[in-house]
Design a protein around this ligand. Structure first.
Ligand code: FMN
Length: 230
């Protein structure tokens, strides 16, 4: 069965806040394809989080490249960056959650795979991204605890190789703690090289390829995991 797919950006029309982008795949030549797919081979949901407070940061562009590839592989995606990430510090003593936190936790609860893209700050994850990951604690009592059964792809953007390595290692340690499956390949990108292009320069194909490899591993794991549950 051959299906023509297109991606539709429905974020702003579906009531999500700025920084939250929902993109789905829909059939043009088979109106009930979504029903077919959910009955036979459900479309995996890949959730991406990361970036910085600067719109268009290297880590945000890397995340978008990875999520675009996940969509090209037939997945639906949700993206939480910048203002779409919780602004408040995670507080386990307070049950109240902001809209940003609730949407992030809800998306991660439904996710079949996760992509995290962080800048290296002082040799580790940025506070913004680590704080977002702290909200995974809200999945502690779920049937699927934390990120159980989900591959998590890591993307790190840094100015130097030392921070690329240390940040990638600490991100993977966090993923392990959250019972996720860190992908074998992680992307480490040099932000000083402006890998996604600037001032008329084209994006670096190696950087795009690295992000796509991470995404492909997350998607492959999501599909394998589903098969293993049958
Ligand atoms: C507070 C702070 C700490 C940083 N620490 C490091 C570091 O330890 N090592 C490094 O290579 N780059 C470091 N950087 C540079 C960031 O990794 C870089 O700004 C990031 O990759 C995002 O690039 P962008 O300008 O495209 O958003 C730091 C940047 C900031 C703002």
């Amino acid at each position: 069965m051959v299906h023509k797919l297109y991606v539709a950006q429905v974020a702003l029309s579906s009531g999500h806040r700025p920084g939250v982008v929902v993109i789905g795949a829909q059939a043009l030549d088979c109106p009930d394809l979504c029903l077919h797919r959910s009955a036979m081979t459900p479309v995996p949901l890949i959730v991406g989080l990361g970036g910085t407070t600067r719109p268009g940061s290297t880590s945000e562009q890397a995340l978008q490249a990875a999520l675009a590839h996940a969509r090209a592989l037939g997945c639906e995606t949700l993206c939480f960056v910048g203002a779409g990430l919780p602004a408040e510090i995670y507080d386990p003593a307070r049950p109240e959650r902001s809209d940003a936190a609730r949407e992030l936790v809800d998306a991660l609860r439904r996710a079949d795979g996760v992509l995290v893209s962080t800048p290296a700050y002082h040799g580790g994850l940025s506070g913004l991204v680590k704080n977002a990951l702290d909200f995974v604690e809200d999945l502690r009592s779920d049937e699927r605890v934390y990120l159980e059964g989900r591959a998590v792809g890591s993307i790190v953007c840094a100015e130097g190789p030392q921070a690329m390595g240390s940040t990638l290692a600490s991100l993977r340690a966090i993923v392990h703690t959250l019972r996720g499956w860190p992908t074998p390949f992680g992307a480490a990108l040099n932000s000083t090289a402006v890998p996604f292009g600037a001032e008329g320069r084209a994006a670096d194909p190696a950087a795009i390829n690295a992000c796509e490899m991470v995404a492909a591993e997350v998607v492959a794991f999501a599909r394998m995991w589903r098969l293993a549950q049958v």
